[in-house]
Write a protein that binds this ligand. Structure first.
Ligand code: IPE
Ligand code: IPE
Ligand code: MG
Length: 251
């Protein structure tokens, strides 16, 4: 797929994806839920390669939410094993392709082996200049905001900051991905139309795209469809359509 398919200034800089529907997809074909999680890896690979070829700057993938610990112990443990296997298997390829991998979320709840794998993968790819891939694992939007607020509260407690000087910027500086652009396009598969505590702050002005496809069915064409839909949205950021049009004329 040539890069010229979309003009680069129209592309979303940051795409976030709630990769949902693995379990239902597997069940539909009489297979255990884990089969769906395993097959999901191919969709992740397709998404990463298509997005980086198009010149997308950041892709954030929701892999495991802070609420997913409530699932049956067996499923949680199989998901953790899969996470380790995929990290081990894929990280060299990502590095070779100059991609930067980061894991966002509360990593302290993972076992030591997984924490080490994450640390190694992040260290190996941290100086790469290509697309950033954030894997959100044990991540929750409320957790993220709470951590930032805790940080700001310690600055207030130490006298470094007065409450009157707390601004949106001061809070966002301490969120995950504070060095990256906000989300432009959020995609959720499987027909569910909710945010499920994903990036609440960073998605404040994201365009929300919902598709009926289950995540293991998501492929290059599905991503291109979502991006085409995004390009046809008018992002007004509080302005009127007329204001935007006169701004465009001035350009
Ligand atoms: C998304 O698929 C993957 C994770 C949350 C880990 P699900 O496992 O939620 O699949 P459904 O929604 O039950 O079909
Ligand atoms: C959201 O999916 C989290 C991930 C995709 C990792 P869920 O399937 O857990 O979301 P809910 O519980 O149906 O909202
Ligand atoms: Mg689900």
């Amino acid at each position: 797929m040539p890069n010229s398919q979309f003009s680069s200034d129209l592309l979303p800089q940051h795409i976030a994806i709630i990769m949902d529907g693995n379990g239902r997809w597997a069940k539909k074909q009489g297979k255990p839920r884990l089969y769906g999680h395993r097959m999901a890896v191919k969709s992740v690979r397709d998404t990463i390669s298509t997005a980086s070829r198009l010149g997308i700057k950041v892709v954030t993938l929701f892999a495991f939410s802070s609420e997913n610990w409530k699932r049956p112990e067996e499923e949680v443990s199989l998901l953790m094993d899969l996470f380790i296997t995929v990290l081990t298997r894929e990280v060299k390829k990502l590095h070779k392709n100059n991609l930067k991998l980061r894991v966002i979320g509360d990593k302290t709840r993972f076992n030591k082996a997984l924490q080490q794998k994450i640390f190694d993968a992040e260290a190996l790819t941290e100086n790469n200049s290509g697309m950033v891939i954030n894997v959100a694992a044990n991540y929750g939007g409320r957790w993220d905001i709470t951590e930032a607020v805790k940080y700001v509260a310690t600055q207030v407690a130490s006298g470094e900051l007065i409450p009157e000087n707390i601004t949106e910027d001061k809070i966002s500086q301490h969120l995950s991905m504070s060095d990256l652009p906000d989300v432009d396009l959020m995609i959720r598969t499987s027909g569910e139309c909710r945010i499920s505590n994903f990036m609440l702050w960073q998605m404040a002005y994201a365009e929300l795209y919902f598709t009926e496809l289950f995540w293991p069915e998501f492929n290059e064409q599905a991503l291109l469809d979502a991006i085409t839909w995004f390009i046809n949205r008018e992002r007004r950021f509080g302005c009127t359509s007329e204001q935007l049009q006169s701004l465009m004329k001035e350009k």
